[in-house]
Design a protein. Structure first.
Length: 72
């Protein structure tokens, strides 16, 4: 069964765990649960930069009003 975990550019799994290692054997082991969501994201290597961008249509790039994409 594949784990389907995302990985960083250098191949590290983007996941963290506390306690027993997961069945896939990947991720960052923490001795205790993170105190904040920011700590959890950092430990799991999930501090992605996400941007909201306007969507456009056609060769003239007309804006699709109210339509946006989230880009990593």
């Amino acid at each position: 069964m594949p784990h389907d975990l995302s990985r960083t550019a250098n191949g590290e799994a983007e996941v963290m765990f506390v306690g027993e290692m997961p069945w896939h054997g990947l991720g960052t082991k923490l001795e205790k649960p993170p105190a904040t969501a920011a700590e959890a994201l950092r430990a799991a290597r999930l501090e992605w930069k996400v941007e909201k961008k306007q969507l456009y249509i056609g060769e003239k790039r007309w804006p699709m009003h109210g339509q946006f994409a989230l880009c990593v």
